[in-house]
Design a protein around this ligand. Structure first.
Ligand SMILES: [Zn+2]
Length: 83
């Protein structure tokens, strides 16, 4: 579990994710929110799914379902633009 997130921040993030799933079921937002909750349960939350780097607490607070660090996100955005 990421050390830069406090237990309180994690709780707040978890309720945000749960709210997204409740309020917008079957949307892509709900899908990525439940993936994030899954990572939280397995202790992988807060780490980039691509490279394993720690994602900053500020980034997680702003976008709780984020799965990529800024570097991997930038790479992905480039790929998406090329596609
Ligand atoms: Zn990464």
């Amino acid at each position: 579990m990421s050390e830069s997130l406090s237990a309180q921040q994690l709780l707040r993030i978890r309720s945000k994710l749960e709210a997204i799933i409740t309020e917008q079921p079957e949307t892509s937002a709900a899908l990525s929110a439940s993936a994030a909750l899954q990572r939280m349960r397995s202790g992988e939350y807060g780490y980039c799914v691509e490279c394993g780097d720690e994602i900053s607490a500020a980034r997680l607070a702003a976008k709780p379902d984020v799965a990529l660090c800024v570097d991997c996100q930038a790479l992905k955005d480039e790929e998406d633009e090329d596609a």
